[in-house]
Design a protein around this ligand. Structure first.
Ligand code: NAP
Length: 243
């Protein structure tokens, strides 16, 4: 696996969960890793320290990504510190389990804002630099059923937001290919060790579930030079869950 020390990776929501695993894995590819966090600075610093041990520079960047301007601002701060963002991972993306009849307008707006609009603003902010350097990797985190036109009685705003993110992914992939920029989605299913909104039960435990490192490996591959011909792709990392 080749590491390009000139390159910078920015991962949102990297203080814990899948984002943490992705940040650690991408440290094998680049020279500088921006670890974004919101409330858990100590955890983010632990991730950065672990990355530094690999001989890769790492800094933590705080941002509350609940307003679109915060995404633009975050990219601006990373670019100010290191001059560039070559790999952007839009990992932050809140989940909500709520029966449809209890879903309120605010739920829709929040999930759309945090899963789609922030990603769009972050993408718009990194594109000028990526176009100039004729190289970029943008990876958005989806969910394994994004894009399915089926009922989602418990998670409709989330499923709709991730489906919109998939459309955004494919759209930007189509417009940016000519600039050497790929845009893809990695869609986790039920991830082992993750927080579940319900008891997984026999059905889940008998299936092959994805692990955080499997999600990170998929992101790392899409961020590589070897994946230059893959764009607009949705890589589902869900084992045999819901298959
Ligand atoms: N985990 C799964 O099983 C699973 C399954 C399917 C899809 N996904 C998708 O995969 C991605 C990662 O999921 P995840 O469960 O690991 O993480 P997550 O819960 O979406 O994100 C946790 C991260 O988001 C940050 N965060 C929380 N609120 C924030 C805010 N207002 N502004 C900015 N950052 C904020 C947290 O920072 P602090 O802790 O520092 O506050 C933390 O680093 C998401 O897009 C999710 O939808 C996950």
């Amino acid at each position: 696996m080749g590491r390009d020390l000139s390159k910078v990776a920015l991962i949102t929501g990297a203080s814990r969960g899948l984002g943490r695993e992705i940040a650690l894995r991408l440290a094998e590819r680049v020279g500088r890793v921006a670890v974004h966090y919101f409330q858990h600075r100590a955890l983010a610093c632990q991730v950065a320290a672990k990355i530094e041990k690999l001989g890769v520079e790492s800094r933590v960047f705080r941002a509350d990504l609940s307003s679109p301007a915060a995404g633009t601002n975050l990219v601006g701060r990373v670019e100010k510190a290191w001059g560039r963002v070559d790999i952007l991972v839009n990992n932050f993306g809140p989940f909500l389990v709520k029966p449809l009849e209890k879903t309120i307008a605010e739920d829709w707006l929040n999930l759309y804002q945090t899963n789609v609009v922030i990603a769009l603003e972050m993408i718009k902010a990194v594109l000028p630099g990526m176009r100039q350097r004729k190289w970029g990797r943008i990876i958005n985190l989806g969910f394994h059923r994004a894009g399915q036109m089926t009922p989602f009685p418990q998670v409709l705003p989330y499923a709709a937001a991730k489906t919109a993110l998939l459309l955004l992914t494919k759209t930007v992939a189509s417009t940016e290919a000519k600039h050497g920029i790929t845009v893809n989605m990695v869609s986790p299913g039920l991830i082992e060790g993750g927080e579940l909104p319900f008891e997984p039960g026999e059905a889940a435990t008998s299936k092959l579930l994805g692990k955080p490192e499997d999600v990170a490996a998929a992101v790392s591959f899409l961020a590589s030079e070897e994946a230059k011909a893959l764009t607009g792709v949705n890589l589902i990392v869900a084992g045999t869950w819901k298959m």
